[in-house]
Design a protein around this ligand. Structure first.
Ligand code: ADP
Ligand code: ADP
Length: 225
């Protein structure tokens, strides 16, 4: 198993530096949260990992493989973004199984995976609903199920629980931790919520003005905030 490495990544928009020489090593199976104020570069950082933002300079590695110039669909990364990009006129089941279709997984394997994914996000029985009939929180959970159904080794999440009420958010946090253990996946998780970052992660990376200003375990952050 291998991890992810971001090496000296820069991203500028015109004269504005959204990422300022950012490096981060994430071990295989590690859960790293990225915490920081709005506009600090968190989404841009996930974008260069996912492949839909091209860094101005620097490189991105999955293990020994340089993926800096690889298109998103070849990276085999599970992604949950805030604008979930679901297909509004397709059913919940069609949305969630989309990655299985794209990867040409045999149909005989779909049902079991779909049911497990639905159960994880507490949407059992919703398979035939249309996306446009769902609430924001339900959509967010469909996006989560779609990102994890193909058991990716790397999962990127941008505030995946932000639209959920407190109770559902807490149960999803537990489900995510369970899933993280089960898949042995590497997870990079953007959140505004300091408590969430501290309780869920192996390490927390604090971003400010396009730089990581501190990268520590929750215990270290607790002792030296
Ligand atoms: P965060 O996710 O921490 O809120 P972002 O990565 O979304 O931060 O944005 C970092 C900075 O880069 C912000 O100031 C934002 O306005 C700017 N930015 C992001 N995307 C673009 C873009 N496509 N064009 C110009 N500026 C952008
Ligand atoms: P190749 O075609 O060279 O076999 P792979 O797709 O198997 O390339 O990946 C090369 C290395 O990157 C392998 O060691 C693999 O474990 C690792 N890798 C590939 N995808 C991911 C991922 N999403 N997360 C973590 N490591 C990955």
């Amino acid at each position: 198993r291998v991890g992810v490495s971001i090496r000296a990544a820069n991203k500028t928009y015109g004269n504005f530096r959204a990422l300022d020489n950012v490096s981060l090593e994430v071990a295989a199976g590690e859960f790293v949260s990225i915490l920081g104020p709005s506009g600090s570069g968190k989404t841009t950082f996930l974008g260069i990992l996912g492949g839909f933002v091209q860094p101005t300079s620097g490189s991105i590695w999955l293990g020994e493989r340089d993926i800096t110039f690889e298109p998103p669909h070849k990276r085999d990364i599970g992604i949950v973004f805030q604008n979930y990009a679901l297909f509004p006129h397709m059913s919940v089941a069609e949305n969630i199984t989309f990655p299985l279709r794209a990867r040409r997984l045999p149909k005989s394997e779909w049902t079991e995976k779909l049911q497990a994914a639905l159960e994880m996000v507490e949407l059992t029985g919703y398979e035939d609903r249309r996306i446009h009939e769902l609430s924001g929180g339900q959509r967010q959970r469909v996006a989560l199920a779609r990102a994890i159904i193909f058991e990716p080794r790397l999962i990127l999440m941008d505030e995946p629980l932000s639209a959920l009420d407190k109770q559902l958010r807490e149960s999803m946090q537990i489900e995510l931790k369970r899933l993280h253990k089960k898949l042995e996946a590497t997870i990079i998780y953007v959140t505004h919520d300091q408590r969430e970052a501290l309780t869920m992660s192996d390490r927390v990376a604090i971003m400010n003005k396009g730089r990581f200003v501190q990268v520590d375990t929750p215990e270290q952050l607790h002792d030296h905030p």
